[in-house]
Design a protein around this ligand. Sequence first.
Ligand SMILES: *[C@@H]1O[C@H](CO)[C@@H](O)[C@H](O)[C@H]1NC(C)=O
Ligand SMILES: *[C@@H]1O[C@H](CO)[C@@H](O)[C@H](O)[C@H]1NC(C)=O
Ligand SMILES: *[C@@H]1O[C@H](CO)[C@@H](O)[C@H](O)[C@H]1NC(C)=O
Ligand SMILES: *[C@@H]1O[C@H](CO)[C@@H](O)[C@H](O)[C@H]1NC(C)=O
Ligand SMILES: *[C@H]1O[C@@H](CO)[C@H](O)[C@@H](O)[C@@H]1NC(C)=O
Length: 574
Amino acid sequence: MVVGEFFSVFVLCCILLFNIGAEGSHKVYPHFQSLKLAETSANVKEVHRTGFHFQPPENWINDPNGPMIYKGLYHLFYQYNPKGAVWGNIVWAHSVSKDLINWEAIEPAIWPSKPFDINGCWSGSVTILPGNRPVILYTGLDPQKRQVQNYAIPKNLSDPYLREWIKPDNNPLVVPGKGMNATAFRDPTTAWWVDGHWKMLVGTKRKHRGMAVLYRSRDFMKWTKAQHPLHSKEHTGMWECPDFFPVSLHSDNGLDTSVIGENVKHVLKVSLDLTRYDYYTVGTYDKNKDRYIPDNTSVDGWGGLRYDYGNFYASKSFFDDVKNRRILWGWANESDTAAHDVEKGWAGIQLIPRTVWLDSSRKQLVQWPVKELETLRWNNVQLSNQKLTKGNKVEIKGITAGQADVEVTFKIPSLEKAEPFDPSWVNAQELCAQKGSHVQGGVGPFGLLTLASKNLEEYTPVFFRVFKSKDKHVVLMCSDARSSSLKQGLYKPSFAGFVDVDLADGKLSLRSLIDHSVVESFGAGGKTCISSRVYPILAVMKDAHLFAFNNGSESVTIEKLNAWNMVKPKQMNN
Ligand SMILES: *[C@@H]1O[C@H](CO)[C@@H](O)[C@H](O)[C@H]1NC(C)=O
Ligand SMILES: *[C@@H]1O[C@H](CO)[C@@H](O)[C@H](O)[C@H]1NC(C)=O
Ligand SMILES: *[C@@H]1O[C@H](CO)[C@@H](O)[C@H](O)[C@H]1NC(C)=O
Ligand SMILES: *[C@@H]1O[C@H](CO)[C@@H](O)[C@H](O)[C@H]1NC(C)=O
Ligand SMILES: *[C@H]1O[C@@H](CO)[C@H](O)[C@@H](O)[C@@H]1NC(C)=O
């Protein structure tokens, strides 16, 4: 197809775009689903392509599925359209890795082929059964487009790559029961084993009440629905991709999903289709009543804690029993139009896998990029004891600022000048929109200007601002995309979250992973995380710059800053 033809088709598509509710929450672009542009300029395709994030060579991806470690290899499956850069034709693509960083793509694991998944193979999880036998639970769409829960097993357990999967004919294992909404019943969790039963969750809703329904089985084959959901919450809408796992009270180590007892708390995460963010609570699992009760320190629903206050959805965790850690994968979509995705030929990335554990406050989780990421660091640049007075900025030179890992600790000599906090400011994103990096404050804004053009025509500031409320300080963290690109028509939110941190030592740390079109940031050692997708047109490749800045009247000091170039992984699916 010549480019001219493409554009006339494209105009037509724009007029015809429509959204079928029953297809989950992805807009359906039937005309784009199988469309590949023969001639895509290398520039369009490559300038915003990530270097060290997980991304297949082309096409659409969404939810990470069934992550696990098996015989020394990490496996990641993910929702993938083999035919185009918009959602559709979804299969379970499959990649393996020795280190979570260098990935090798192998053939898809499952695709629609049997009555119980003929209309779709949607998200799910892996459970490792005794005897080291992984089994996939996933949502299939049957001939009536009902969402049913199926299983698949490896054909050859001696193959560490688990290349081939069998979908036995006794599927589906679970169908939507009487009174359940068959088009809102999906994403089975990893099952856990307690008191002689396997238990697993499926996300659903009843009217506007979101819920995680619980199923029990003795043999993993015959499943019975429990009378009550494990948990539900009114007015939250459809719960997608529930994830339920224990965290240790006494250590940062991860735990197998079946661990239960005195020394653990449980975490329930749900992806709220209505807001498209991942929320979690910390709470208690009562195994006898099969109920989960969030702690009174965790807000339940969409005012609650989020894994990431930016672009991060449909996440899934797994227990790595070799390194004793729980690892979390999350998907970030594009912030660009579907038409531009088609032009680029790709859409969606997986964010860097994160180790998660319970914070010592026991009120929230902490997340940090897996240690293996550091093997890509190269060419370290350092700064220390650099004072930044109001309006000052300092450029971090000597690294490729378009693809970098930067860690900085700021020292705040005094909190006296902190601006008063208005208790009505409950929405961090709105507050960040009001008080961006150019709105000078008392303590802050200070932080990094990532993916910045030389004269700041474009930049994505990631920064803190400290307020004083009645009895404590309130710390706001922003990753503000509003000035990220001169290009029109992009989604440029002022993503932000609050950071529950003790400022007694006067220190605040920030780490940002910068990778051409993504800035993934970890505030205060991973207490608050924010990921933004941005598409600068000036601040690209060699023309991207990185600065540290302060725009508060209180001076702050860069106690220590380390930045590294990031080399491309040796293998990245291509
Ligand atoms: C199973 O996998 C192992 C290891 O890759 C291989 O040696 C063996 O030939 C496979 N068996 C079959 C039946 O394919
Ligand atoms: C079932 O869920 C679908 C998808 O969210 C929704 O469009 C439909 O209204 C729901 N049906 C009922 C009876 O609630
Ligand atoms: C929250 O729960 C704890 C026990 O877990 C209790 O000691 C505390 O009083 C509760 N706080 C509120 C505000 O209900
Ligand atoms: C700092 O504030 C000044 C005054 O509003 C503004 O011109 C400048 O752009 C700000 N710096 C950043 C990095 O936003
Ligand atoms: C990612 O894209 C933006 C812009 O189109 C939407 O606003 C988000 O809802 C969407 N996020 C997800 C998880 O689909």
